[in-house]
Design a protein. Sequence first.
Lengths: 143, 143
Amino acid sequence: MQLSVKKLVDEFQHACRENDMRITPQRIEIFKELAVAVDHPTAEVLHKRLVVKMPTLSLDTVYRTLGTFSEMGFIDKVETTESQAHFEVSHMPHHHLICEKCKKIIDFVWQQVDEADLPDETRLLGRFEKKNVVVYGVCKNCL
Amino acid sequence: MQLSVKKLVDEFQHACRENDMRITPQRIEIFKELAVAVDHPTAEVLHKRLVVKMPTLSLDTVYRTLGTFSEMGFIDKVETTESQAHFEVSHMPHHHLICEKCKKIIDFVWQQVDEADLPDETRLLGRFEKKNVVVYGVCKNCL
DNA sequence: TTAAATGCAAACAATTTGCAAAACC
DNA sequence: GGTTTTGCAAATTGTTTGCATTTAA
């Protein structure tokens, strides 16, 4: 786990250099915190976790940084019906279970869907590729 | 088309009575407007369309009403990564294509996924049922 | 040294809420 | 008539922006 985060951070720094993006302590910490997060935190939640270690970090830097990371494709916004955005570090294709009670977002993989072709009719509508499944229900803690 | 909207409105009124919800002109108009909408309007867009016919309708009534309808299960929020919520009248299971350029949301049906079982591992995580697929890409107008 | 990133404060956007008046049943 | 819903205004919440200062390269 430790190792894989280190690897992710290395990749991240490398990608920063490639994109002429400066590597700042704030960016590293924000990326790391999101990389180790098992939930799918909001900007505010991330900020709360980070100020403990980095007291001067401002919430707007978190927002700005998440926006930048997202544009770079290094993190993803999770699709929900909430107004607050949730984020995660991009990794292998996966999907989300959302508990309707506690709003927890849980990752799962579903190769069957990843490998399936979209219905033919959708070809006429444009070029669509990135499939994300959101499944609503109740998590085991809330059952 | 006309007929099916009328039918939906009838069902809606019936459901209002069943749920001890008062049938007000605002509620009927909001429901009707959403029922005929081919896009997936936000509260503000709906309000703009409605004030033409109902000049006294306030935006907060639209928000409140959409919230109530949503709780009743008569309409759904569409899952997106945007901050603004998009709505649609609930009908047969379907999924969404989202154009990354113009943000248009397009419905499509995908029985293969509707009928597929979730991966076994998800059973341990809770009880999840309502599958919604969101596919990102570029619509034909933006290609 | 110089352009980009940060922090602060203020602006903005989306949504919610308290309350008195109006409307439904 | 009693209770819910509305419209208004104001408050909240989530997010973005302008600008002077700091910092990475």
